[in-house]
Design a protein around this ligand. Structure first.
Ligand SMILES: [Zn+2]
Length: 83
């Protein structure tokens, strides 16, 4: 009876060893994980620029202060006359 247990254990160990070896070989063959490619900056990040009618400073158009048909960099310059 002990011989039967010995052979069952031996076959089980061999099966486990072969499985572990195959798993290690399979993991080695997989290509290395590559980082995702960097995506370009979205087009929405590019913003139009405006020029202050008083001081000539260029700034994002979304921050412009509009007064009498001109763009200004700040409310203070909007009160001053354009150059
Ligand atoms: Zn200005």
């Amino acid at each position: 009876m002990s011989r039967v247990l010995f052979w069952i254990l031996l076959v089980g160990l061999v099966v486990l060893a072969v499985r572990a070896k195959l798993k290690a070989l399979g993991a080695r063959r997989q290509p290395p994980v590559q980082p995702p490619p960097r995506s370009e900056a979205p087009a929405a990040a590019i913003e139009n620029m405006a020029q202050c009618a008083h001081c000539g400073l260029h700034f994002p158009a979304s921050e412009a202060v509009h007064a009498d048909g001109h763009d200004y960099c700040s409310p203070g310059h909007a009160r001053l006359p354009p150059r």
